[in-house]
Design a protein around this ligand. Structure first.
Ligand code: CTP
Ligand code: ZN
Length: 153
């Protein structure tokens, strides 16, 4: 991207999540529990043209290097996302998100009778299948719009 097209400046240290499916940036922030209240500088760019996607979102988080376990959950809503770790303005690590086997405490089961949606101290627990997720408690399978299951989304 030329300087003329650069919408948000480069960051010195932190994590850039690039190639996020267009429109999913706010769900990415929710999953990462970035509320905007902690005072960490966060830049969000939405619906910019992309080479491989029709449009993409970008999230830049300064001063924080995200762990693999944290970011792999993002594969459910942003399968093409790349994670760039930035140190001293340089990209020192770039990798794709990979589908985890299981996601705990991130999604909300759509079944109102599921134990994980009751007032019990039970964290949600979904098994990740090839094209869907399945609740470990009630076996409900969700194939489309997994983003709608994100807590507080
Ligand atoms: N970036 C940033 N601050 C830096 C370095 C990079 O915000 N100091 C951002 C870039 O704007 C880009 C992403 O991190 O969104 C990846 O940077 P880079 O690998 O240089 O870009 P590309 O080669 O275009 O990445 P890709 O091949 O993954 O599309
Ligand atoms: Zn359930």
């Amino acid at each position: 991207m030329s300087d003329q097209q650069l919408r948000v400046s480069k960051i010195e240290d932190g994590t850039v999540i690039d190639h996020i499916t267009g429109g999913q940036a706010l769900n990415v922030l929710t999953i990462l529990e970035i509320t905007g209240r902690a005072g960490v500088p966060v830049s969000v760019v939405m619906h910019v043209p992309s080479d491989h996607l029709s449009t993409k979102d970008i999230v830049k988080i300064e001063g924080r290097e995200l762990s693999e376990a944290e970011v792999d959950v993002l594969s459910l809503i942003a399968p093409s996302a790349t994670i760039n770790i930035i140190r001293d303005y340089e990209v020192v690590d770039k990798r794709r998100v990979t589908r985890p086997d299981r996601v705990i405490g991130v999604l909300h089961c759509p079944n109102p009778n599921c134990i994980s949606t009751k007032d019990e101290p039970v964290e949600s627990n979904f098994e990740v299948l090839d094209d869907a997720v399945r609740c470990a408690y009630c076996d409900t399978i969700v194939r489309d719009d997994i983003a709608a299951l994100i807590d507080d989304a």
